[in-house]
Design a binder for this molecule. Structure first.
Ligand code: NAD
Length: 264
């Protein structure tokens, strides 16, 4: 199978680093024009430079905006009027005790992890439906199924993304536009690395080693018994954005290394 996305325009939110950058790279390597989004001009320019280094000749555009509020989404839409592929990757996470998670924190998580995708889908789906082709992907998490007791606020937003993706898939049924969720498990992204930074300095262990220990201690049901790489997650996303994935819609696709102990 050869994935060819030549002529398609892909908006990947929060794509200056982590899983988002790997997705932008994978889509660009398949020929898509990519819109890189991040919160500062500096981070977006850096992301674009990195992309140009690894994918020479890539067609790339910048969309600087914080997606946690409606005006940020509007700013992205101004930079991205025509989009064939929307990957809702922007998401924040962190451990927090339920009792000390205040309303403001809940609201920030809801706005960033759920409403950014609601707003972008509402604005960009009509163009895709009109053309009869489009791809929308929500980067959810295995935490959508295995709600972590120390990150309930996060888990709730990730489950909401599954409901949103499934509902939207049905909303655009028969249009040629597919809507899916991808559920990574523990993945060695930039965010994950900064969560592990203190531990790396304290123990002198590599990120891979600490990530493996994290998985064995906190996600012992993992079948691969290690964390995934960002490229492993991106591969699934690129496939589901391909023309070949036309019969996959309304699905929740796991790249969790088998952490969720369920057959289906
Ligand atoms: P990351 O922290 O490595 O990168 C996230 C990027 O998002 C950063 O570049 C950050 O600047 C940007 N960002 C944050 N808030 C933003 C906002 N309001 N507007 C625009 N950009 C913003 O993250 P990651 O680990 O690559 O995670 C990406 C997605 O994957 C998230 O939705 C996360 O929930 C999901 N996920 C990650 C893991 C994991 O283990 N890393 C596991 C499951 C799901």
């Amino acid at each position: 199978m050869k994935i060819d996305l030549t002529g398609k325009v892909a908006l990947v939110t929060a794509s200056t680093g982590g899983i988002g950058f790997a997705i932008a790279r994978g889509l660009a390597e398949s020929g898509a024009e990519v819109i890189v989004n991040g919160r500062s001009t500096e981070s977006v320019n850096k992301g674009i430079q990195q992309l140009q280094q690894v994918v020479p000749g890539v067609q790339v555009r910048a969309a600087v905006a914080d997606l946690s509020a409606p005006d940020g989404v509007d700013a992205v839409l101004r930079a991205a009027s025509r989009v064939d592929i929307l990957v809702n990757n922007a998401g924040i996470y962190g451990q927090k005790d339920f009792y000390s998670t205040d309303d403001e924190t809940w609201e920030t998580y809801w706005q960033t992890n759920v409403m950014s995708g609601v707003r972008l889908s509402r604005a960009l789906l009509p163009g895709m439906v009109q053309k009869g082709w489009g791809r929308v992907v929500f980067i959810s998490s295995e935490s959508a199924c295995n709600i972590p007791a120390d990150m309930i606020h996060y888990g709730v937003t990730k489950t909401a993304q599954l409901a949103l993706a499934r509902g939207l898939a049905k909303f655009v049924a028969g249009s040629g536009v597919t809507v899916n969720s991808v559920l990574p498990g523990p993945t060695m992204s930039d965010g994950f690395a900064s969560m592990m930074k203190d531990e790396m300095e304290k123990t002198g262990k590599s990120l891979e080693q600490l990530a493996k220990e994290f998985v064995m201690a906190n996600r012992p049901s993992s079948v691969i018994q290690r964390a995934a790489t960002v490229e492993e997650v991106a591969n699934m996303v690129v496939y589901v954005c391909s023309t070949q994935a036309s019969a996959t819609s309304g699905a929740a696709l796991r790249v969790d290394g088998g952490v969720v102990d369920d057959i289906i």
